[in-house]
Design a protein around this ligand. Structure first.
Ligand code: IBG
Length: 223
């Protein structure tokens, strides 16, 4: 056995992408097992490895972990990206949950019916610029540090950069009113492990396209 974590999911972003981001930021190499058909998912389910009959599933340290948030917490804790004490952890949790709420809208966007696309895009822009990004702009401005919590890289920083880049793919000028976030994006993109992940050929998955939507719809029941 290689000892590398093994990720089971489709070959696309979905719910696995923040896990890929966090492992990459921690400098951890991983292997991927791509589910390509509904039959393959059903076989995995029959095999009994998916606790709730769902992916993402990550094999790590002898465990077969499911539930995205549990997996992320484990990786963040293991690789020192989860604060130095309970209070820093509480902040990281609050920031991550907020960003996850925004990312939920981004993740579901490709599945919007054509007639709802414009409205859903406007809603993502509105929530990003009026609710979520102002919070992080203010935090960074107030403490004047490079990272959101404890003056060192944490899970919250990684999730925020992922969210900024994902929203920018849809709304390129979204950071125009957020100078702190622009500087944050530049600094975070230059953290060596992240810089590597942002380069072509990494395990980072491309923006969702029609093929991705068709693949997801052919394998999963979206709810
Ligand atoms: N709470 C779980 C988690 O966070 O891990 C939810 C996991 C989940 O919904 N998994 C889906 C699944 O395995 C795949 S992600 N479904 C099994 C089934 O039988 O349908 C599906 C998804 C994508 C993009 I991709 C947007 C929304 C959902």
């Amino acid at each position: 056995m290689s000892g590398k974590p093994r990720l089971t999911y489709i070959n696309g972003r979905g719910r696995m992408e923040p896990i890929r981001w966090l492992l990459a930021a921690a400098g951890v190499e991983f292997e991927e097992n791509f589910v390509e058909t509904k039959e393959q998912l059903e076989k995995l389910i029959k095999g009994g490895d998916l606790l709730f009959q769902q992916v993402p599933m990550v094999e790590i340290d002898g465990m077969k972990m499911v539930q995205t948030r549990a997996i992320l917490c484990y990786i963040a804790g293991k690789y020192n990206l989860y604060g130095k004490d309970l209070k820093e952890r509480a902040l990281i949790d609050m920031y991550v949950e907020g960003i996850t709420d925004l990312m939920q809208m981004v993740m579901m966007f490709p599945f919007s019916p054509a007639e709802a696309k414009a409205k859903n895009l406007a809603s993502i822009e509105e929530k990003a610029t009026k609710r979520y990004f102002p919070v992080f702009e203010k935090i960074l401005k107030q403490h004047g540090q490079d990272f959101l919590v404890g003056n060192r890289l944490s899970w919250a920083d990684v999730q925020l950069l992922e969210a900024i880049l994902a929203v920018e793919e849809k709304v390129p000028a979204v950071l125009s009113g957020f100078p702190q976030l622009q500087a944050f994006k530049t600094k975070m993109s230059n953290v060596p492990t992240i810089k590597k992940f942002l380069q072509p050929g990494s395990a980072r998955k491309p923006p969702p396209d029609e093929k991705y939507v068709a693949l997801v719809m052919s394998i999963f029941n979206l709810s």
